[in-house]
Design a protein around this ligand. Structure first.
Ligand code: CO
Length: 132
């Protein structure tokens, strides 16, 4: 298990991309809209891990609600796992609250599922598994 990416919720994706291109001194290498989540993502490579900027594409998006409530900032930490189904099973048996019954298709060609922040000392945790 390793940190695949850190997700950051932003108000204006274009503005945030420009900022992070300066901050990280590198170009955003991929943009992808996840329709089911009403979110547009932008990725930056930082060594083995990535930064994922998340901008809402609709006022009803969970990201729009998050930004309205908490402001911009770190939204989740994503850990890449080899077998997401087995890992979710393990976490459920340890008493963690998994927020989706089944892993779903996320950005970056991955299956993703989230673990409730209340179980992780305030951090929303994403598990992801690359789809080959
Ligand atoms: Co993510």
């Amino acid at each position: 298990m390793h940190i695949d990416h850190i997700g950051i919720a932003v108000e204006d994706l274009e503005e945030a991309i420009a900022t992070y291109e300066k901050l990280l001194d590198g170009k955003c290498y991929k943009r992808e809209t996840v329709e089911s989540q009403q979110v547009e993502t932008a990725f930056f490579q930082t060594g083995q891990s990535k930064v994922e900027l998340l901008g809402a594409t609709d006022p009803d998006s969970v990201i729009a609600k998050y930004v309205a409530k908490k402001g911009e900032g770190m939204h989740h930490v994503a850990f890449e796992v080899d077998d997401i189904h087995a890992e979710l099973e393990r976490l459920r048996s340890e008493g963690f609250t998994v927020l989706t019954d089944e892993p779903r298709r996320g950005a970056d060609n991955k299956l993703v599922a989230f673990v409730h922040p209340k179980d992780n000392h305030g951090v929303l945790v994403e598990l992801c598994q690359s789809i080959s």
